[in-house]
Design a protein around this ligand. Sequence first.
Ligand code: ADP
Ligand code: MG
Ligand code: ZN
Length: 488
Amino acid sequence: MDVGRGSGRDDVVEYEPVIGLEIHVQLSTRTKMFCGCELSFGEPPNTRTCPVCLGLPGALPVANAKAIHFGLMIGMALESELAPRSIFHRKNYFYPDLPKGYQISQYDEPLCRGGRLADVRVHRVHLEEDAAKLVHVGESGRIHASDASIVDFNRGGTPLAEIVTEPDVRSAEQAGEWLRLLRVTLGRLGVSDVNMEEGSLRCDANISVRPAGSDEMGTKTELKNMNSFRFIERGIKAEVIRQEKLLARGEKVVQETLHFDPSSGRITTLRSKEEAHDYRYFPEPDLVPIAVSEEMLDTARASMPELPLARAERFEHDPSYMLDTEVAKTLAFRTDLGDFLELRRPESPDEARVRANLIINELAPRVGTDVPLADSMVTPDAVVTISGALMRKEISIGGARQAFDILVEEGGDADAIIEREGLMSAEGGDELAAVVEAAIAANEDAAQKIKAGNPKAIGPIVGYVMRETQGRADGGEVTRLVHEQLGV
Ligand code: ADP
Ligand code: MG
Ligand code: ZN
């Protein structure tokens, strides 16, 4: 953390960031929030519109039942209190992408209140509709005041859930980590495609700083609409430093809405408190309240999958897995990796660990992130075979890697590939022992150092053996043989 200096005095004040997050999630319903238009995925402009989402006079909205269902699932995942009755409000403001002159949102009676995800409490979750999209066109595609802006109403009316946290976040890194957890949780729920580049998940960060240990809240600023975890972390860091410097100089933070430009790292003002909108919220007269029935709750409950946090816990503590915390998280937070491991139940925690490591470190990087593991050429049985061969020391990790190189390209039976490619470890102790003997002879220096009590000098000897065996020897076995032959 940056350390500021009290004005004119020598005592050093340490500051603590206080951060609350607001996340807009585009819901994966078939149709829009209040009309029957289908959601748009890059169709030609203004082809997914109707009198309701264009705000034509007399058109009447009807709330999307699937969006409410998804809202309840999000509330359940975040351990929120689900309101038996909630209502929609009109949030009034003018902008060319808002044809009605108001957005239908929820105000003081949201669908979900309170809750928590890991170390951050949730303040509320509510439903609303997205605005349309302004497309700025100019010669050469650059934005000029003199050029035109055209409106594409396809996005207007897309269902959103807005998740607002309590100001529990204390660092940029924690914000990033928590948002990643939220993203994978929402993805697992299947309520959104959570694609940040395409704007399905957008985040505003409310940021203040205060003297460390203080209970009071400083004046906050709001960083708007960041659409990548890296930018969010960088933006928060930059804003925290800016505020700390202001306070250290004895100046005040002004409440305002800010924009972080990732390419320059600069923070600029979008609007100040004086320009803040008075939205004149009032209850939407054209919509009935959302009354959540037992049946709706049952349906939502029945749709709840095992969530990533629970799955990570299970991988860590289930007697057949007992994986390290980080390994468990990696598998649980990439659903396809966890699924791949679980397709075959491990015989022992040792096997689970070996297989988990193969999936994370060998298989996933070779397959890439565009294809789920289950759709790759490699079968769960192939991973079981390779982990078994590794555990019996029939192949080395080098051999396993060669097998994965082939399996990812061609698929097929792992045993057959190990056989065909001759990937079995240099066989029989005798053969390997002979190679080790040659390696020691070729590296007298290293051998002397090991004898003199420097075990780290073994590198060149192991290197020699690996070259000779094309990486197929088992590292542990080589070390053992070297020690044996040198009598140390
Ligand atoms: P506003 O009325 O400006 O929208 P809210 O009270 O609704 O403010 O809070 C919006 C978000 O800002 C929430 O995520 C909340 O946790 C966070 N927040 C509120 N006060 C502060 C503060 N002093 N510092 C940092 N975040 C804050
Ligand atoms: Mg707000
Ligand atoms: Zn419509």
